[in-house]
Design a protein around this ligand. Sequence first.
Ligand code: OAD
Length: 255
Amino acid sequence: MDTAVAIDVRLARALREARHVAVLTGAGISAESGVPTFRDALTGLWATFDPRELATPAGFRRNPKLVWDWYAARREQLREVAPNPGHDALARLEARVPRFLLATQNVDGLHARAGSRRLVELHGNIARVRCSRERGRIVATWDEPADEPPRCPSCGAFLRPDVVWFEEDLPVDALVAAEDAARACDLMLVVGTSGEVYPAAALPQYAADAGACVVEVNPAPTPLSRIADHALRAPAGVALPALVRAAWGEDVMPA
Ligand code: OAD
């Protein structure tokens, strides 16, 4: 099926010869797993739900139960999904490249489940729950009251998902690692992101400024398209296996 994507031989060679590859992924890479994106006009989460109410500290203060329940429902939905060939191709790519970092904006944990290890989660992970007062306090089990979110066993503050909301800082270590990789890589793949949310959206520009080859994988153009040296206008689950195959041939595909 992935033979439908034409891969420029110069791109295949650039990937094969790259010593350092950085990857930025967004919600689009998980779309083929059945996880909704955020900004699709019809099916995106922000088309139906208000991010100010569900993805900001102020929204959580206004209605903690609504926010807790929304993330709990998404966490349940994610139990039903699995990595797709796009996630798998990035895990195979990692095994081929000496220096590699995958920075994802996704909170769904699918890259790790596909086998990616040199991975930073810029926006956290929805499967983790933490104290709303103390960022580093991860909580594994809790009692679920009917009318409010569970509370931190240590300080009594509400628990919340360990994701990054609008107006919040990204985890410093993850962001620094992603920025360093963007500035030092030979080639950067930008996969399934609208490029509208900063600071993640700045990473491809850092790579371009440092002279890296920037490759966008997205069926639709984005504000990042203008800095891309190559654009694969196909779903990630089709384009990424085709790209890895074009660079290394059939032997890279596991039986
Ligand atoms: P968006 O929903 O903004 O963008 C998804 C992108 O994926 C779009 O550009 C689509 O064209 C593209 N896309 C759709 N299907 C695809 C496929 N099969 N293969 C490849 N690309 C596909 O999602 P993000 O850019 O991830 O943050 O959004 C960034 C952040 O905004 C999220 O991490 C989240 C959100 O609000 C927070 O919640 C803080």
